[in-house]
Design a protein around this ligand. Structure first.
Ligand SMILES: [Zn+2]
Length: 69
């Protein structure tokens, strides 16, 4: 995975992270279904919090797996 210099969501002018954007959320989740360290993804602290919340919500809604095999 390439390391972006800037926060993805800031560069896209996205203020909120939509939990329904599963394909997008998957980019920030590792193969072990863990949220990837923001130091690796370049996500700023503000969006990292929203991203974590969106991922939790997506899991709760059954859109995103807790553990991937
Ligand atoms: Zn950001």
């Amino acid at each position: 995975m390439p390391m972006p210099q800037q926060c993805f969501f800031c560069s896209q002018n996205l203020t909120n992270v939509d939990y329904k954007e599963v394909d997008l959320l998957r980019r920030f989740v590792s193969s072990q279904a863990k949220i990837i360290d923001p130091r690796h993804t370049g996500i700023c602290a503000k969006h990292q919090r929203k991203l974590a919340l969106a991922i939790k919500r997506a899991r709760f809604m059954g859109l995103l797996a807790y553990v991937r095999k």
